[in-house]
Design a protein around this ligand. Structure first.
Ligand code: GDP
Length: 293
């Protein structure tokens, strides 16, 4: 998905690496082109501005004119900075108690239900006993979808008719305790747009079961809007991290590159396809390497 950005950065690096000496003008040119490449990839404007400003300061201190491979130093610094804006150190999901409660929030269509199943399967592969919980009571199709996915991967799905989402979540917690499930993953309702009612419902669920993680599921295809929406969810409900879905698509990916700086919450996982196995933990340095090609 970062292929356009990778291509552009590689072109810039090719020019800069071919130079035996990098003058201030060469560096300014390269930085300007990097800035355009990031903006074209839909990275948040302020993030890009800070990125190039800090990169310039770092590179000034490196005394490029004294180096035999100045181009390589530029590439290494870009990698370092990219890793940093993606969150720096990987912050993997750490299960700290039993049952560990994970609540997934986000807009309708962001990939919540699919992600719930992906996450459940991933955690089971790490030796956990997950329970999926269907709290999207407004869309019977969503409950059915989770049940089908649960069956497919052989993971229990807790659902209940005619109950409030917060009560379903609470009951699911009791069910988990009684049935040896040590992680519960709650699929909540989404709307096409943010609305008060949805936020209040999420707040009620949060109050009732006190989740250990509230992960915002973001559709990478909607670009910067995903970052704006994450901000609102964070202000209203308080998120602990994000999962970007559809990173396999042809979106430009700038949202994933902006969320840590704009919202201050780490990306924990990435969805990279429609299959349940198309899911991976998010490692900023590996993603930065992938972007640099
Ligand atoms: P929800 O409304 O948030 O629960 O979203 P769904 O889980 O129903 O997902 C919406 C659509 O996105 C479905 O067609 C999923 O197959 C698709 N989807 C979810 N995650 C990914 C992903 O990582 N990559 C791709 N290509 N499609 C995805």
């Amino acid at each position: 998905m970062f292929s356009d950005l990778t291509e552009k950065l590689n072109d810039i690096f090719k020019v800069i690496k071919s130079k035996g000496v990098i003058t201030e003008k060469d560096l300014d040119n390269a930085l300007r082109e990097i800035k355009f490449a990031l903006l074209e990839a839909d990275v948040n404007y302020k993030v890009v501005k800070d990125f190039t400003k800090e990169l310039k300061e770092e590179l000034k201190g490196k005394e490029l004119e004294k180096s035999l491979t100045p181009g390589q130093i530029v590439v290494e610094e870009v990698h370092k900075k990219l890793t940093e804006i993606l969150g720096g150190q990987a912050q993997p999901l750490t299960i700290t108690k039993t049952p560990f409660i994970i609540m997934l929030v986000g807009l309708q269509g962001s990939g919540k239900t699919t992600t719930a199943a992906k996450l459940a399967k991933f955690l089971r592969s790490k030796g956990r006993q997950p329970l999926l919980v269907a709290c999207d009571i407004y869309r019977p199709a969503a409950i059915k979808q989770l049940q089908i996915l649960g069956k497919q991967i052989n993971i229990d799905v807790f659902s209940k008719e005619n109950s409030k989402p917060e009560d379903i979540a609470k009951e699911a917690l009791n069910y988990a305790k009684q049935n040896g499930k040590n992680v519960i993953i709650i699929d909540t309702a989404g709307r096409l747009h943010i609305d008060d009612e949805l936020m209040e419902e999420l707040e009620r669920i949060k109050q009732k079961i006190e989740p250990d993680e509230i992960l915002f599921v973001a559709d990478a295809m909607i670009g910067q809007e995903a970052v704006n929406v994450a901000k609102v969810f964070d202000e209203r409900v308080g998120i602990t991290g994000a999962i970007f879905t559809k990173l396999d698509g042809d979106a430009r990916g700038g949202a994933a590159l902006s969320i840590m700086k704009v919202v201050g919450k780490p990306i924990k996982f990435a969805g990279v396809g429609e299959k349940i196995s198309d899911f991976e933990p998010f490692y900023p340095d590996r993603v930065a390497s992938r972007i640099l090609g």
